[in-house]
Design a protein around this ligand. Structure first.
Ligand code: SF4
Length: 432
């Protein structure tokens, strides 16, 4: 029988009857409750209470937002006035897990956040629910491969009730996910509250390399089939002359002259002359003999790039900052490069007043923990730069006030930007 048209009159559609049928699952009880066995002698009262509790829970969700990257922008848009998730009973997003019963995960989850996420989940009072939004949260997404730090799915940490796919999913998709969750909560009622899903312990697999291998096999078979078909066609149609394809000449455009932008401030040859006077033997990257002529020949866009020994590193940086002609008083960047046979610590400085810049690099031996003086006494901003270089390369900065890892957990094994870093949990994507 047509549930929406119980009278059976052909062609007649009764929206009210349809609504009731959808709401009750065709059972007559709201929320399709016959799935929950009634309590004997209760006269349907317990089912009614179940329905009310499920309905109230589903329509009064208090979300804790766990936005970690780009998906969070769509999540914010979902809560804002245009999409307005308050229409679905999600009221003000909570800043404390103790006031929330739904956590919306939106964005990439890195290992270091993992333990924090578990803590937040544990702090939420039950019954509690989880929506995982976007490819990164669901599986690690674009970071599933070649990453030492991204969790390959939030459900490896906490139970997830609803997955909303996309990169990023649009607000409509998140709202649909919320509606799906509400459906699950309503069906559970009071006695059968939605039980947390199991944690995902499935093995992490390299599916893409296998797919690529199968794809290559199929492509090869297709090419062979095409070759055979072409040969057969030629044999069956010996008079066929083929089709001459006329190529359209590519349009030619006038070359646009490049505007050469001069460095502001002191030109590189003059800067180097000042430095060489104080630090004889200073070298320039890429030049065997840094004469003024050779430096001038590098053009007005060239930024002086000097090589300094470990013994002069601190003195040179101090001089670059304090010399009145140079005044390189801004540390743009401090980082490192692993060249396999050595490390380079690279520093970029700029004079805010004059505008010129200087790069300097200092080579360190390839040891477990090579050491170089810290620049924190000269530039306080070097603090986090040096901690980052320590975290990722294992370089120690002598005299640093607080040399700890910056991004990774304290017990992270190794330094991931070293060329010899190996991580058994990392899946390396096969090159195509
Ligand atoms: S799924 Fe896409 S949009 Fe969402 S966090 Fe990942 S990369 Fe960003």
């Amino acid at each position: 029988m047509n549930k929406a048209n119980p009278g059976g009159e052909p062609g007649h559609h009764d929206p009210a009857a349809q609504y009731l049928a959808d709401l009750t699952g065709g059972s007559g009880m709201p929320g399709g409750l016959p799935a929950i066995p009634g309590v004997e002698g209760s006269g349907g009262l317990t089912n009614a209470v179940d329905w009310v509790v499920g309905w109230a829970r589903a329509n009064s969700l208090w979300p804790l937002v766990f936005g970690t990257s780009c998906c969070a922008i769509e999540m914010m848009a979902t809560g804002a006035s245009h999409n307005d998730w308050a229409r679905f009973g999600l009221e003000v997003a909570r800043a404390s897990p103790r006031q929330a019963d739904l956590i919306i995960l939106a964005g990439t989850i890195v290992e270091k956040m993992g333990s924090r996420l578990i803590t937040l989940y544990e702090q939420m009072p039950g019954p509690k629910y989880v929506i995982a939004m976007g490819a990164c949260t669901i599986s690690g997404g674009p970071f599933y491969y070649d990453s030492y730090s991204v969790v390959k799915g939030a459900d490896r940490l906490i139970p997830v009730d609803v997955y909303v796919p996309g990169c990023p999913p649009r607000p409509e998709a998140l709202l649909f996910g919320v509606m799906k969750l509400q459906e699950l909560i309503r069906k559970g009622g009071w006695r059968n509250s939605l039980t947390p899903r199991p944690i995902n312990h499935s093995p992490i697999k390299d599916e893409m390399s296998e797919t690529a291998r199968l794809w290559e096999e199929k492509e090869k078979a297709k090419q062979e089939g095409m070759k055979e078909a072409q040969e057969r066609f030629k044999a069956e149609n010996p008079d066929f002359k083929g089709v001459v394809i006329k190529r359209v000449a590519a349009p030619k455009f006038d070359e646009v002259p490049r505007v050469v932008r001069s460095q502001r401030g002191l030109p590189a040859p003059e800067t180097f002359a000042i430095l060489a006077e104080r630090f004889p033997g200073l070298m320039v990257q890429g030049l065997s003999e840094p004469t003024p002529e050779k430096l001038a020949a590098l053009g007005p866009e060239y930024i002086l790039d000097v090589i300094v020994g470990r013994e002069d590193y601190l003195g040179l940086v101090g001089f670059l900052k304090s010399d009145a002609r140079l005044k390189l008083d801004f540390l743009i960047e401090l980082t490192a490069v692993d060249w396999k046979d050595r490390f380079d610590v690279v520093v970029h400085l700029q004079s805010l007043e004059k505008g010129h810049k200087v790069f300097l690099r200092c080579a360190l031996p390839r040891e477990e923990h090579p050491e170089i003086p810290s620049l924190t006494g000269i530039f306080s901003g070097a603090d986090w730069h040096e901690r980052e270089a320590y975290d990722f390369f294992g370089i120690r900065f002598a005299g640093h006030p607080d040399l700890r890892r910056l991004f990774l957990d304290d017990d992270f094994p190794g330094h991931p930007l070293r060329k010899d870093f190996e991580d058994p949990s990392r899946i390396v994507k096969r090159p195509y």
